[in-house]
Design a protein around this ligand. Structure first.
Ligand SMILES: CC(C)(COP(=O)(O)OP(=O)(O)OC[C@H]1O[C@@H](n2cnc3c(N)ncnc32)[C@H](O)[C@@H]1OP(=O)(O)O)[C@@H](O)C(=O)NCCC(=O)NCCS
Length: 161
């Protein structure tokens, strides 16, 4: 049977889904990247989950923070049982679409330089490395800063020359 993926917003009241996301988080990172009680109430924070049409449980989730003209992805993770099925791609595309609708200038994120799978995912979506941030994750543990610039739609009004 063909799997169809759905992306849905994660609400502060959806406790069961939040618990699933925290399990995915714990299975995906050495330290928590997503702390629901801290992140979900933050002004400008948005999160989505991705699941298949035949599963009530999320397969992956993404959190991001809207700050000024940037949408910053703070966390993205897919359950180890459901990787390489397009889950993170669907979530990232949703976040990018959201940033375009809000007419933001860019989408950004940090990633460890040795996280080749994640970097491959981001580069496939058009992100490029713009900086290296020394000791971002801890002493001697650098991060790469990746950015996807968003072209603003051209105005339909012609300007007089
Ligand atoms: C990185 C991560 C989010 C990718 O999630 P995913 O749902 O498996 O990603 P997708 O299925 O959408 O992958 C899309 C593409 O990204 C690339 N990619 C993803 N994971 C990869 C890996 N482990 N190795 C190489 N390329 C990879 C591939 O090009 C892939 O396309 P393909 O499967 O057709 O080859 C997932 O591996 C994960 O949760 N890792 C642990 C947490 C983490 O590192 N998060 C990112 C922190 S910055």
């Amino acid at each position: 049977m063909q799997t169809h993926l759905i992306v849905e917003p994660l609400g502060e009241d959806d406790i069961l889904t939040i618990v699933h996301c925290m399990v995915i988080d714990a299975l995906s990172f050495p330290q928590p990247g997503f702390v629901a009680a801290r992140d979900l109430p933050r002004v400008g924070f948005r999160a989505w989950v991705c699941r298949s049409t035949d599963s009530p449980e999320p397969w992956g989730f993404l959190g991001c923070l809207h700050h000024r003209d940037t949408l910053h992805i703070t966390v993205v993770a897919t359950h180890p049982d459901h990787r390489r099925k397009g889950v993170a791609t669907a979530l990232m595309r949703t976040a990018v679409l959201q940033a375009r609708h809000a007419r933001l200038s860019r989408v950004s994120l940090e990633v460890r330089p040795d996280n080749r799978g994640a970097i491959a995912l981001y580069e496939k979506l058009g992100f490029a490395t713009v900086d290296r941030i020394p000791s971002y994750y801890g002493p001697g543990d650098d991060a790469l800063l990746l950015v996807l610039p968003l072209a603003q739609p051209k105005s339909r009004h012609k300007t007089r020359s």
